[in-house]
Design a protein around this ligand. Structure first.
Ligand code: GSH
Length: 343
């Protein structure tokens, strides 16, 4: 695990001492935006046009941020279906090995990576120095690569979710809308709570190096899970009757929770299984057509337990838990309309 400083790889973990024992996540730096016609993004970001087979995603199957994009890619038909305009895939994918050790993420096929057929690199950080030979910052997945300009155009999953929701519709004919205009306010409000206290909350608890810091974040995490449990008692999905990006963003943390965060990150006040609504909700989403195939517990468990040697020095990966995510769920008791179509 490490970072690039002026294009040179340094094997060094986040400096929690500098922040009183807190894990402080760095903001993503590569923020260009893909739009249908190459116009700028919603906040004036430099735009690139959506084109078939021009962009490539570099992901980790273990990473909850990358997992969001794999789900969106699948549900938006960007993974491609044989016969769909003859496309294999509108956006291709390569995944790293589950182990993130002294060289960071790697494309070692003997350790479970798909390899990198596009650039043939061994290490994920090389994609960052191909993008900018003087790159300084953390080297993260998911990274969205443009084969035309030969660089990473975006390394922020929240941005990528929005681009995939909109930019490629004319190419795929897929009009599903995970961020409908009339639900944006509620989606943004839920996302902010989920991001700070749950998605990033598990990391803030798990990577804390001071007891009091850990306790503060673990309490805030479970208060937020309690809020989501209450919301899902009344609502089929987080924004009400429609399945939106807010659900994808919560799902990727929930699906890892009992297998990893509960033990490895010491987030153990309760399991998701102990929350009736969250447990049924996570099963409904897991069973949604196309989602289970994006979930890889082998990568998930091996990554966390075998990569963070400060937390789990032996690297032993727990055998359980038994999750039985295919069990029936009870969410039909609440009104739901599925995924909105754009008008
Ligand atoms: N804000 C980024 C965060 C991505 C991220 O932190 N990914 C992790 C994997 S789960 C990573 O690559 N970490 C490497 C590091 O921080 O050095 C996003 O959502 O895309």
């Amino acid at each position: 695990m490490g970072l690039l400083i002026d294009g040179i790889w340094h094997d060094q973990w986040y400096d929690t001492d500098k922040h009183g024992g807190e894990f402080v996540r760095e903001s993503a730096k590569l923020r260009d935006w893909i739009t249908p016609n190459g116009h700028p993004g919603p906040d004036g970001q430099p735009g690139l046009p959506a084109e078939e087979n021009r962009y490539h995603l570099y992901v980790s199957l273990a990473c909850p941020w990358a997992h969001r994009i794999l789900i969106m890619r699948r549900l938006k038909g960007l993974k491609g279906l044989k016969g769909l305009k003859g496309l294999e895939s509108v956006i291709g994918v390569s995944h790293v090995s589950p182990l993130m050790l002294d060289k960071g993420w790697t494309y070692r096929q003997d350790e479970g990576s798909s390899g990198d057929p596009i650039n043939g690199v061994d290490f994920h950080h090389q994609l960052y120095t191909l993008t900018d030979p003087h790159y300084t910052g953390r080297v993260t997945v998911p990274a969205l690569w443009d084969k035309r300009s030969a660089r990473i155009v975006n390394n922020e999953s929240a941005d990528q979710l929005r681009m995939l929701n909109d930019a490629f519709d004319d190419l795929t004919g897929n009009r599903l809308d995970f961020y409908p205009a009339d639900l944006r306010e509620i989606i943004d409000t839920v996302n902010a709570d989920v991001y700070d206290h749950i998605n990033n909350g598990v990391y803030k608890a798990g990577f804390a190096t001071e007891q009091s810091v850990y306790e503060k974040h673990v309490v805030a995490l479970f208060e937020a899970l309690d809020r989501m449990e209450a919301r899902l008692a009344e609502n089929r999905y987080l924004a009400g009757e429609w399945f939106t990006e807010a659900d994808i963003r919560l799902f990727t943390t929930l699906i890892r929770f009992d297998a990893v965060y509960h033990g490895h990150f010491k987030c153990n006040l309760r399991r998701i299984e102990d929350y009736p609504n969250l447990a049924n909700y996570v099963r409904e989403l897991y069973q949604w057509p196309g989602i289970a195939e994006t979930v890889d517990f082998n990568h998930i468990k091996r990554h966390y337990y075998a990569s963070h040697d400060t937390i789990n020095p032996t690297g032993i990966v727990p055998y359980g838990p038994l999750l039985e995510l295919d069990r029936p769920h009870d969410r039909e008791r609440l009104p739901g309309k599925g995924i909105r179509e754009k008008g």
